[in-house]
Ligand binder design. Sequence first.
Ligand code: ATP
Length: 464
Amino acid sequence: MSVTMDKVVSLAKRRGFVFPGSDIYGGLANTWDYGPYGVELKNNLKKIWWKTFVQDRDDMVGLDASILMNPKVWEASGHVASFTDPLMDCKKCKERIRGDKLIEQHIGIEAAVGKTLKQISEIIKEKKLPCPKCGSSDFSEARSFNLMFKTHQGVVEESSALVYMRPETAQGIFVNFKNVVTTTRMKLPFGIGQIGKAFRNEITPGNFTFRTREFEQMEIEYFFDPEASKWEEIFAEWKKLSWEFVCKTLGIKEENLRLRDHDKDELSHYSKGTTDIEYKFPFGWGELCAAAAYRTNYDLTQHSNFSGEELSYTDPQNPQRKIIPHVMEPSFGADRIALAIMLDAYDEEEVDGDVRTVMRFTPALAPIKVAILPLVKNKEVITQKAEEVYHLLKKEFTCEYDESGTVGKRYRRQDEIGTPFCVTIDFETVEKDNCVTIRDRDAMTQERIKIEELSAVLHKKLGI
Ligand code: ATP
């Protein structure tokens, strides 16, 4: 079955995963709000990421830096000068496009990377690439467009200071490097992880939550001494860890994933190697996350020069030796990964002549783990028992209690939001054996379990 973006967007809206932003005002283009199930899904993703990469490792600590930072941060990092995309206008319909993306779509990524503005304009002219909106191929010359959102800090706009909304969370980590080293006494190699919002004034946002102007990142800066560790080994290790996280921990199908090494042309001048993990989206392969990017010691050196603060690390074996650590950066987009999780989990199958839509989330990601369903609604003894079971399980799992409609309809509703297990309570539960029926979302098998054993059985089945 091929999954289309339309099917997932429609389910996401219908079942409360993702709503169009500012919906009652007619929306605001390319903004999305996470509904009750969507926020659970995304929070589960962030929790699992944090546990895997920060809490479970002795060589990692966390951070939560501000979105607004001193504007000098962005001069030092190079964002003010070069965090730009090549913007072009269609002279006929006035559509604004990204020149590199137009080349990428029609010719391929190799033809687009590392090209100057002049080269981009020339390729588009020579190949007569069409405007995605009106099909004409008459564009203005490509010019640099800085993607950072600007705002003002202070009371009176004219006299207040210009500040930027951070376009990545990473710089907050570099700026706090010294604070972390002095307060935690972490020894190299060690990393700092952070989850938070980032903002980019993208020229061509779209494809649902794939590319938006406000999004959330989960980033790691892993610092090391290049004389004590080989960067190639640390690079390979993070590539492996990122890959395992995406396909094993999150359960995204391996056949829909691939690693892509950046070409030399594509690398930033300070980077020696970057590998992305790409996902096969309905519109084609697209970057899911950066599995690892080797940024040398460029960022810390820049911040040291611009701030005047010494951002070095003293070798504990040799206190005379001070170094500016090098860094490996795995960078994950929470919204883009949540989208891939939804696309990957979406399935339709025929059951008794009907189409069953089911979101096959891995249990740890599922917004609701267990649904409790009394078989008949109006029998007080049954609803009472069902509520009892609900309150028992609610202490341990995210649960939902549902008594409306036929049990078949209720199963389908839970399938659509990806609930791994439903527990039904019937007459026999109350009158005979104090057992309930557990129904498995994927196999649709049913099994009777004693209420006393329910919690332990569910923990085992869910693997949590
Ligand atoms: P792209 O080439 O798609 O613009 P990028 O290479 O600029 O992405 P990075 O700067 O490496 O992206 O950011 C790390 C991660 O943050 C990406 O892999 C992606 O998951 C996420 N991300 C980046 N830009 C956006 C966006 N506009 N909307 C949603 N997620 C984003």
